[in-house]
Ligand binder design. Structure first.
Ligand SMILES: Nc1nc2c(ncn2[C@@H]2O[C@H](COP(=O)(O)OP(=O)(O)OP(=O)(O)O)[C@@H](O)[C@H]2O)c(=O)[nH]1
Ligand SMILES: [Mg+2]
Length: 292
């Protein structure tokens, strides 16, 4: 039996379900998800081990019409990832009509040589008729190697998709040890879990304004002490995030701490600080400093 290995990039408009599907395929939470668009801000690698293949999935930010320098940089991340993979998974949600955003991405895919598998996501929240209609609509968008309906939430067809994507990889050896789920470092994952906690319950422009950095992690006996900063864009956002008497910030801290404890497998003390980096989404120096 030959062994295959290589890279698959998930691409799609914001909120299409790319990160949730990545986590479902990998079998553990390596990418944060939320119902707000533009949650993912980096190319996150998740590793899927199968008896006959190792499939490295690269989850990418949603490709969109950029309004800020951050948006432009996120789109650049997607494009440079796309140029370098063996197979592409083009994600389109089943519960929403195919739109200009999907057509725009499909057109970009046509210019690439890697085969594209179209994935109709979120089938659990669509009727059978909706799914059938979406499969037909997506097939009109381009020349896809396969078109697969999946649900990352109930796991329907997820394994089948892993097999179809793996079949498109070249022959090759394992690229990562079998017990590794991602190559993201712990600090980056911790920062993302804090951002995920901060995203829940905020609305409008605020989700886009939040960035998180981990300043320091210290291990003391059975406890990890983590110092992190939640960066906002305007002083007026501070009140919303901190809440009356600090109630919301406390909620964010508790939620994040529980997620980090699960990741690290040990107790965590999280020290969360809020700072304003005026208009960081549009400032090249600040973007560099925040890691974009
Ligand atoms: N019901 C249902 N909801 C899903 C499924 N997959 C994703 N979602 C939801 O859709 C929303 C967006 O999911 P994400 O995985 O964050 O989407 P994304 O494409 O990574 O979004 P960006 O990173 O912003 O581009 C979240 O609220 C998910 O819970 C699914 O299979 N079924
Ligand atoms: Mg995402």
């Amino acid at each position: 039996m030959t062994f295959r290995s290589g890279f698959c990039c998930f691409v799609g408009r914001p909120n299409a379900g790319k990160s949730t599907l990545t986590n479902a395929l990998v079998g553990s939470k390596i990418a944060i998800t939320s119902e707000k668009p533009q949650t993912t801000r980096r190319a996150v690698r998740g590793i899927v081990n199968r008896p006959d293949a190792q499939l490295v999935i690269v989850d990418t930010p949603g490709l969109h019409r950029p309004r800020t320098l951050l948006g432009e940089r996120l789109n650049d991340v997607v494009r440079s990832t796309l140029a370098d993979v063996d197979v592409i998974g083009f994600c389109v949600p089943a519960d929403q009509k195919v739109g200009p955003g999907d057509r725009f991405i499909a057109a970009e895919l046509r210019a690439l040589t890697a085969p594209a598998v179209a994935v109709v996501t979120k089938t659990d929240i669509a009727t059978r008729e909706q799914v059938a209609a979406q499969l037909a609509a997506v097939s009109e968008l381009g020349d896809f190697a396969e078109i697969v309906p999946v649900s990352a939430i109930n796991g329907d067809q997820v394994d089948l998709l892993a097999g179809l994507l793996s079949a498109r990889l070249p022959d090759g050896p394992q690229l990562y040890p079998a017990d590794v789920a991602t190559d993201e470092d712990v600090e980056a994952r911790v920062a993302e879990l804090i951002r995920e906690a901060a995203l829940s319950g905020v609305r409008d422009e605020l989700p886009h304004s939040i960035a998180v950095t981990v300043e320091e992690m210290q291990d003391r006996d059975d406890l990890s002490v983590i110092y992190a900063t939640l960066h906002l864009e305007r002083a007026s956002q501070k009140g919303i995030v901190i809440g009356a008497k600090g109630a919301r910030l406390k909620q964010i801290g508790t939620r994040a701490r529980l997620a980090i404890e699960e990741l690290l497998g040990r107790r965590v003390h999280l020290d969360l600080h809020v700072a304003v980096e005026a208009d960081w989404q549009r400032d090249p120096k600040k973007l560099d400093r925040l890691g974009f």
